[in-house]
Design a protein around this ligand. Sequence first.
Ligand code: C6P
Length: 425
Amino acid sequence: MHTNTGKVPIPADSHQPRLDLVAVKADFPILDQRINGRRLVYLDSAATSQKPWVVIRAITDYYRKQNANIHRGLHFLAERATAAYEKTRAHAANFMGGVQREEVIFTRGTTEAINLIAYTWGEANIKEGDEIVITEMEHHANLVPWVILAQKKKAVLKQIPITFCGHLDLSDIDNIITPRTKLLALTQMSNVLGTINPVAKLTELAHKQGAIVLADGAQAAPHMPIDVKELGVDFYAFSSHKMLGPTGVGILYGRRELLEEMPPFNTGGEMIDEVHFDRVTWAELPHKFEAGTPDIANVVAFDAALTYLEELGLESIRRHEMELTGYAIERLSQIKGLEIQGPREPAQRGGAISFTDPNIHPHDISTFLDSRGIAIRAGHHCAQPLLRILGKTATARASLYIYNDEADIDALIEALVEMRRYFGV
Ligand code: C6P
């Protein structure tokens, strides 16, 4: 039997102001439409979030008033675009609890950020017989790069198992994280189970064994306050598009000493200091890791998303989502036979809620809900090994964010009940 020691209760702070849901919803123009004749109920924010007016406007404003390439032009627009781009970097550094701006690398998303670590730090540091530790609940983005690296280097890939309740099972952790461990790479919040993992505790254990720690914050950073220094991690990755920002932008935090030592990732323009036909030297951090023209407009607009989240307050966002997750789990549990994955306790999880109906395939669930204007995701959620462990080929997943309310959950429940009548179960 598994012993669960991986729980991280995060209490609801009742002192945090509540979100003004009417005002929040009004900020998202996409929600103001009908899909298949019904009010759009968007419950797929774990895949990507919707965008508020301020972000949409920031993109068009950039192209209307600021567009130029950055870090190379000396004219007015080039300087203004560079300043706007670098403002987002400084903002992201503060958003993560106050790290140095040189420690913030722009990528295309979490996937590219993790690949960057695998292809630079991993290539340089992982040797035959070394151990890389991940968990059984990783998204492919934090799994495939390590499978490939382990195979290439003849290293060993180990997994921290999960309990029946969807927590990490830490009962045998001393035999999993050992002096042979070179890297611990784990998600802070599962995109399938919703589980919030004890990253700080595991980082401490890994550091005691001399390992480096990378946390995948793709599902956590949009929903709760993040302080990478408190977590203690060496690398932290997340995506703009899951937190109200544009697609095509990700953040990689890396501890400065590690980034200084690492070889570059992509090479070419912008990431160099001196280029000769027989040798090249690299630019200072963070530019060493940002070759070529980046997604300037979307990086600039990401600043508006961060401001929007901060103005609502990450604590208030967490409070809202905990309450709504609790309500959703309670209502889904009332549907007889529906199987819900992951922890039941909202304090120990986020608002990505996977479920299955014993008689209806998740794809059919999704299609039926779509006919009622409700968007969810169905499939393996880019976590095939986890789904195999759960004994599923697919699940349906409703995922919540700031613009969802109890009426959205009620619409979901009503449609699920109607679906069962429709399928005669
Ligand atoms: N999960 C989902 O529907 P990118 O695609 O690079 O922005 O993020 C990848 C990623 C990494 N880690 C976790 C925990 C994630 O959930 C994701 C993206 C989406 O669950 C799309 S597959």
